[in-house]
Design a protein around this ligand. Structure first.
Ligand code: UDP
Length: 239
């Protein structure tokens, strides 16, 4: 069997937009399947996997509130959007015969399990992929904060944040040809320079618990597995 390297339990965070392909909105099933395949290849290494998926491909609280909706209401809608994405990912993973649980921070017992920490740990020990849905269950937070919270609670060794670029740059590499990628960057530098890895609450929560964040590109086939094995380019955010 392939080597798991130094990781035994990790959390993969992806934005909702990662699931929409080039459609600009919603879910693109072939893209969901491709990411599920990435997760499978890491699962096949024996690594225990948590996932948090955003909801921005369907609804963002801030956009709703900019249009006059009460912020908390709009945020709850955003959290519900993450549940749809989680169910789509569960279906894709199960089509590859990976046992998966969707665990929601907002109770909806007919569709997902409620979040019970020790039960989630047990699922991981049994090699089930746990998709944590509905963010933190609280408005005014993001799914990046939810990812950091759950990664801490599940004792993950690191958060792997899959993005469109292969790490953290000093400026947007899609707009500036001279943008430089960091191999390593500290939590404080991310906060001071507003490097846009995750929002400030998520970074602070990772920093206070020494949880490394590894930013890598999900667009490279085999990227997730390669990064876990220490190959390829990525940025490690740590103390
Ligand atoms: N959200 C929230 N609390 C949370 C997580 C998410 O209120 O703990 C809401 C918030 O409105 C956010 C939306 O859910 O805009 C979708 O999450 P996010 O923007 O983090 O998704 P991503 O950008 O990763 O796709």
């Amino acid at each position: 069997t392939p080597q798991a390297g130094k990781y035994s339990r990790v959390l993969l965070k992806i934005s909702g937009e990662a699931l929409m392909g080039d459609q600009g909105y919603g879910l693109h099933p072939p893209t969901v399947a491709r990411i599920a395949q990435e997760v499978k290849s890491v699962h096949d290494m024996g690594v225990e996997i948590c996932m948090v998926i955003g909801g921005g491909n369907i609804f963002r609280g801030l956009q709703g509130s900019a249009q006059g909706m009460e912020r908390a209401t709009a945020d709850y809608m955003g959290m519900l959007a993450t549940v749809m994405n989680a169910l789509a990912m569960q279906a894709a993973l199960e089509s590859f015969k990976i046992h998966t649980r969707v665990i929601s921070a907002i109770r909806m017992d007919e569709v997902a399990e409620p979040y019970i920490r020790r039960r989630a740990v047990r699922h991981l020990e049994k090699k089930r992929v746990c998709i944590f849905a509905a963010g933190t269950g609280n408005p005014y937070f993001t799914t990046d904060t939810a990812a950091t919270l759950r990664a801490n609670e599940m004792n993950c060794e690191a958060i792997f944040k899959g993005t469109k670029v292969d790490g953290v740059y000093d400026k947007d590499p899609k707009k500036h040809a001279d943008a430089k990628r960091y191999d390593n960057v500290s939590y404080d530098e991310v906060l001071q320079k507003h490097l846009g890895v995750m929002d400030a609450s998520a970074i602070a929560l990772a920093r206070d618990n020494d949880l490394p964040i590894i930013v890598f590109s999900l667009d490279e086939p085999g990227g997730f597995r390669g990064i876990l094995a220490g190959e390829g380019t990525y940025t490690r955010v740590h103390g």
